[in-house]
Design a protein around this ligand. Structure first.
Ligand SMILES: [Zn+2]
Length: 103
């Protein structure tokens, strides 16, 4: 038997309580892990110095899962070698894989 997780998108009203409306649904949403607590793939915000992902478990004022921008990686390491546009998705999926389930 195969376990199929059905993704039921949250209402915009629910998203508005947890995530700023400047966060967008990722275009490759099928590649992002679904949060086992709220059942959502995250919305993401890409800005000058990095990017963040949040699901409905976060609140408006929390920073969510963060990934550096290419400029931040260059400033920190001296090259862009460590940078990937996919870093935020990888960080998100890693977070979901290691999330501590709440009772
Ligand atoms: Zn969640």
């Amino acid at each position: 038997m195969t376990n199929i997780t059905i993704h039921r998108p949250a209402s915009e009203a629910r998203w508005a309580l947890h995530v700023g409306n400047w966060y967008l649904t990722p275009e490759d949403g099928q590649n992002w892990s679904i949060c086992p607590t709220c059942g959502q793939v995250p919305r993401v915000w890409v800005f000058n110095h990095g990017s963040q992902a949040k699901c409905c478990c976060f609140d408006l004022y929390s920073s969510g899962i963060i990934s550096e921008s290419v400029m931040a990686v260059i400033t920190r390491t001296g090259s862009a070698k460590e940078y990937s546009r996919d870093n935020l998705r990888i960080a998100w999926n890693d977070y979901i894989e290691h999330i501590v389930m709440k009772d």
